[in-house]
Design a protein around this ligand. Structure first.
Ligand code: ADP
Ligand code: ADP
Length: 228
């Protein structure tokens, strides 16, 4: 589903954010991306979404080589990738329903199909009864779940989340991670950038660790050493 082969990214400033990264993620895998601030996590995700292009190396997503993707194909590619942000980027002048409906309207779905799919997505995140509310009236955890519903409403095969629990307390963070695991369980490939190592460790999934733009770990995190 995701294949990076010797991928480097140098920004126009001259800063090399990623240097020669290689890894493969199979369909329906769930992986975490960790590393210090500035390690290159967001850059890696931007390459997958084609918000940035690799300077060298190959990025292949769902069998499509992004290096060769034409501008006209980019909107189609982006619809295959659901994205969840830390600050959820909801529109506070629209209802929960309208926020989740946006990607479908952009994609040109008929209103009856929009309604069906939006309600299916809100149901999956447990917010079916809040569709008419303005998201500003919801709690932080609920707002994040609206963001997740919006990310999955197109049924993308790949879901990316950049620090999705950054503003939430541990109990809410665990709930949000459970939601991602549920999407993963029905076949969605999930990649989550997080620096909450305690939470990541508990979920016992594959972890990619970046440090200064290099991949320094790929696999389960070792168990914490208890006592001596
Ligand atoms: P992380 O998400 O792990 O915090 P980023 O991918 O955001 O890391 O950043 C990696 C490095 O690239 C940092 O040193 C950051 O300052 C730099 N960087 C990120 N975006 C840009 C940009 N648009 N232009 C120049 N440098 C950037
Ligand atoms: P329909 O396929 O008729 O639109 P649903 O929206 O309820 O019905 O989804 C059918 C199944 O597809 C559910 O089990 C759902 O969890 C699963 N599914 C597969 N991929 C995704 C995705 N990216 N987002 C949400 N659900 C998904």
């Amino acid at each position: 589903m995701i294949s990076f082969s010797q991928v480097s990214k140098r920004y126009p400033t001259g800063h090399e954010a990623l240097g020669g990264i290689s890894f493969d993620i199979e369909p329906a895998e769930m992986v975490f991306l960790t590393g210090h601030s500035g390690a290159g996590k967001s850059t890696l995700m931007k390459l997958i979404m084609l918000m940035e292009r690799a300077s060298t190396g190959q990025v292949i997503i769902g069998g499509r080589n992004l290096n060769r993707m034409r501008a006209s194909q980019i909107p189609f590619h982006r619809r295959q990738v659901g994205v969840v942000f830390q600050n959820h980027q909801l529109l506070f002048d629209r209802s929960v329903f309208e926020n989740v409906a946006l990607p479908l309207q952009v994609a040109g779905f008929h209103s009856r199909e929009v309604g069906r799919r939006v309600r299916a997505a809100l149901d999956k995140v447990g917010l079916l009864d809040k569709e008419k509310l303005n998201p500003i009236t919801l709690s932080g955890g609920e707002q994040q779940r609206v963001g997740i519903a919006r990310a999955v409403v197109n049924k993308p095969p790949l879901l990316l989340a950049d620090e999705p629990t950054g503003n939430l307390d541990p109990a809410l963070s665990a709930e949000i991670m459970k939601l991602f695991a549920q999407f993963n369980a029905v076949g969605v490939t999930v990649m989550i950038a997080s620096h909450d190592l305690a939470l990541v460790r508990r979920l016992r999934k594959r972890v990619l660790t970046l440090a200064n733009g290099s991949l320094v770990h790929d696999g389960l995190l070792p168990e914490p050493q208890v006592g001596g």
